[in-house]
Design a protein around this ligand. Structure first.
Ligand SMILES: [Cu+2]
Length: 267
């Protein structure tokens, strides 16, 4: 069914619900389309010129249409206030609790790349400041004097995540509005200048599993920017690498080692 409808591969826990809502809405729209389309054809035939040679200046005199209008307005208000807003709030406001051991990552967008910031072994993000930003060696402006940032890791365009563990991604931007879009994980959130906006999801499929299913050894889960953000918007893409927990820990440790070597060589 998903393949028939062209729905992309699903690789997150909550994504099935999004797909269901999408299908439901399209189905309701189909019913409305057929209903109103049929009514339109009926009206064309019923009020054709040959049967109504002169215009009727009185029009409808009953109150039925006014009552219908009121009922439609009430139904729409109930749908919006009673269903849409509570469901949306539940999905957006509820972050995985500390008991689920979520992984916190910051993603800082810029024209035209994704800066990924891990808090390192201490689990605390170091301070960062716009005045310390250096596009070559310190793209997110980490403060070298903050001990919490001493073990922090930053990478570009590569978001590593452990499979089956909730990820909380804190989104921000250095310049204009960007949009963090992960198709296979059914995540899409704008990044607004001056704000840090969290999104959460649980990846349920590793990159290796996805490559096997797709029969393509080079394919990646993609981070796409979904807001036209400038001339090179089209090449603002990154990769999400979903790996096993131990692989993730190894990768993090390697990045930390690289950072130490770099500091030894240059600072
Ligand atoms: Cu962008």
């Amino acid at each position: 069914m998903s393949k028939l409808l062209g729905i992309p591969l699903l690789a997150s826990e909550h994504g099935g619900q999004i797909d269901q809502v999408n299908l439901l809405i399209h189905f309701i729209m189909l019913v409305l389309f057929v209903g109103w389309g049929s009514f339109f054809v009926y009206v064309l035939v019923r009020f054709r010129k040959s049967k109504n040679p002169t215009a009727d200046y009185r029009g409808a005199t009953g109150h039925t249409s006014s009552y219908l209008e009121v009922i439609v307005a009430i139904v729409e208000a109930v749908l919006l206030l009673g269903i849409s807003i509570p469901f949306w709030a539940a999905r957006i406001d509820t972050m995985p609790g500390p008991d689920t051991d979520p992984l916190h990552v910051r993603v800082v967008a810029q024209q035209f790349s994704w800066n990924i910031h891990y808090p390192g072994p201490d689990g605390i993000f170091g301070r960062s400041s716009v005045t310390l930003v250096d596009d070559q060696i310190n793209p997110i402006g980490l403060d070298p004097d903050d001990p919490d940032g001493e073990d922090d890791i930053t990478v570009i365009n590569q978001l590593y995540l452990p499979v089956d563990r909730p990820a909380i991604i804190h989104l921000s931007t250095k310049d204009v509005i960007h949009c963090f879009s992960l198709t296979e994980f059914r995540v899409k959130q704008d990044m607004i200048p001056g704000m840090s906006i969290p999104v959460s999801f649980v990846p349920t499929m590793t990159t290796a599993m996805m490559r096997e299913i797709q029969g393509d050894e080079t394919r990646n889960f993609e981070i796409a920017c979904a807001q036209l953000c400038g001339l090179a918007h089209y090449r603002m893409r990154g990769a999400v690498m979903v790996v096993q927990e131990d692989e993730f820990e190894t990768w993090l440790a390697e990045r930390l080692e690289e950072k130490r070597e770099f500091e030894g060589d240059y600072l």
